[in-house]
Write a protein that binds this ligand. Structure first.
Ligand code: ATP
Ligand code: MG
Length: 516
């Protein structure tokens, strides 16, 4: 308890002596009249030396003049304050070195005289720490600057790479599928600038019918899935490869989409496929021709051979009997040669049809007569008791059509109907004219065509699997189809295995002759 003045003085004295802050009292002239040990020690003086100094002795030379002014001003208007606010203050030590300090000023009047009290703190350590902090800060700032430059450089590099991205664009889309970034050589080629696109919507640029799928695919990428799909845009095909771009918190708010124009590759691919298909078709054709030729040529050739060698024999021992036999063999040779010639003719006629060497020759013909004529011709190859029944409801006898072509078609269909049905079966021919069209049909009760073979019927040398024991080259229907194409007509096959086959033709005919 401070119960008297003496006690108080003692406490104050002890406080001053033990204080880490320097404490100086000076008079109006600036002479030091009292100081504590911390003050003299701070300036490297002994207490005795210290109390002979003036305040200016503790101020570095360059500030002394100004300090004297400040001190005079203070003497005139003394207040309690910190000294040199906003300024850096320095003290001068006995050894001539300077050190940073903070000073608090106060004053008292003692026996009519002004005494100024200064509380001085050595802030060398504080300054050092401040300096260190400042340096650290500087270093940090420098690093940030460097990183920013590097980032800008790499961003520039990315932009250059993106701008020169060939045959397409590199895009970044936000969640609404608006462009955030877009660059690529294709933009330049289309005369679009990246600035025009950024902020606009990608989906709205697409054709209405592909918008939904494109949107669905791209929105899936925001769920973390990488996607690849194709779209058509302005006569081009693009391959879109999209990947998510997660941010620092792993949220996907943007996606990267690389758009590549693959039209050229696609075209090349399609052409290669086409060429391959053609090649395959050609190969099949070749092998079918080889098997047909080896099969169909063998019979006539072997009979030619055997007949020729028999002829040779008869020639050696001539007799009446031999002459008769020779005749028989000569006629067999002739018929075999005819057979071969027919096959080759068929083959050649396809070639002629395909190269457009056969032209259509429209004339007025009597349809019923032409059909009867054909039936008559075919009766030579008809099987035992096969019957051909012809029924035509066309009132007009005459129609304008290429009679030669039509007869060829009819002969081919009739020969099939006869060849692929049994003895004693019936073959029906029906015809009618309606709406400028001739409806013609040949129906038989024969072996029919297996379902799996139906779609191949008009391919060259193609023969159904159920007719291998019946002669044929597989060219007849191909020729029929080509002729019908010339006439602008259509053919349809209705067939059931072991029940029968109906071949239906629809051929456009001339106006004048449709009155039925
Ligand atoms: P050709 O060149 O001598 O006419 P082909 O009769 O075998 O030989 P196409 O007339 O083109 O050749 O007929 C192709 C195939 O269609 C035949 O091999 C046969 O399998 C089938 N076909 C055609 N018409 C009939 C039919 N009326 N009944 C059953 N099968 C038929
Ligand atoms: Mg045939």
């Amino acid at each position: 308890m401070l119960d008297n003045i003496e006690n108080l003085n003692e406490v104050l004295h002890r406080l001053l002596v033990s204080s880490a802050e320097g404490f100086i009292i000076s008079n109006e002239k600036g002479q030091i009249v009292l100081s504590n040990p911390a003050a003299s020690k701070m300036f490297l003086y002994s207490s005795q030396e210290f109390e002979k100094l003036t305040i200016e002795d503790l101020v570095p030379q360059k500030f002394r003049k100004a300090h004297k002014h400040h001190r005079t001003d203070y003497n005139e208007k003394p207040v309690q304050r910190s000294m040199g606010i906003g300024l850096e203050l320095y003290g001068l030590k006995k050894d001539g070195s300077e050190f940073p300090i903070e000073i608090s000023l106060n004053h008292i009047r003692h026996k009519g005289k002004l005494l100024v009290m200064a509380l001085i703190t050595d802030i060398t350590e504080k300054k050092k720490i401040e300096q260190r902090l400042f340096n650290l800060n500087q270093e940090l700032e420098e690093k940030v600057k460097q990183r920013t430059i590097e980032l800008e450089k790499s961003q520039k590099l990315y932009a250059i790479i993106a701008r020169h991205f060939p045959n397409g664009t590199i895009n970044v889309f936000d969640q609404d599928l608006n462009y955030v970034f877009v660059e690529g050589k294709e933009l330049f080629e289309l005369g679009i600038t990246s600035e025009n696109l950024v902020g606009t919507n990608f989906i709205e640029k697409l054709d209405a019918q592909i918008r939904e799928t494109a949107k669905e695919n791209l929105l899936d990428v925001f769920k973390g899935k990488a996607k690849q799909f194709e779209i058509n845009y302005k006569d081009n095909i693009y391959l879109l490869s999209a990947v998510p771009l997660p941010d620092e918190e792993d949220k996907i708010t943007q996606i990267l989409v690389v758009e590549q124009n693959i039209s050229t590759q696609k075209k090349a691919e399609q052409e290669t496929l086409k060429a391959l298909a053609k090649e395959k078709e050609l190969n099949e054709l070749k092998s079918r021709f080889v098997s047909m030729a080896s099969h169909e040529f063998r019979t006539p050739l072997s009979s030619i051979l055997s007949s020729a060698s028999l002829l040779e024999k008869y020639n050696l021992n001539r007799g009446a009997d031999s002459t008769e036999k020779a005749k028989k063999h000569i006629s067999r040779i002739k018929s075999s040669v005819n057979n071969l010639t027919q096959i080759l003719n068929d083959f050649l006629s396809i070639d002629k049809l395909e190269s457009g060497k056969i032209t259509s020759n429209i004339e007025k013909i009597n349809l019923k007569e032409l059909v009867h004529e054909s039936i008559e011709e075919m009766s030579l190859i008809k099987k035992n008791n096969q019957e051909i029944i012809f029924d035509c409801t066309a009132k007009n006898k005459e129609v304008i059509i290429d009679g030669h072509i039509f007869k060829n078609i009819l002969i081919n269909l009739l020969s099939n109907a006869i060849k692929y049905s049994e003895e004693e079966s019936k073959i029906y021919i029906n015809c009618r004219v309606q709406n400028k069209k001739l409806y013609f049909q040949v129906k038989d009760e024969g072996v029919g065509i297996p379902k799996k073979d139906l779609k191949h019927m008009f391919e060259r040398f193609y023969r159904a699997s159920n007719v291998t024991n019946i002669q044929g080259t597989g060219l007849g229907l191909t020729i029929v189809k080509k002729y019908l194409d010339m006439l602008g007509g259509k053919i349809e096959i209705d067939s059931e295995e072991n029940v029968g086959t109906t071949i239906k033709l629809i051929i456009p005919i001339h106006e004048k002759d449709t009155a039925n």
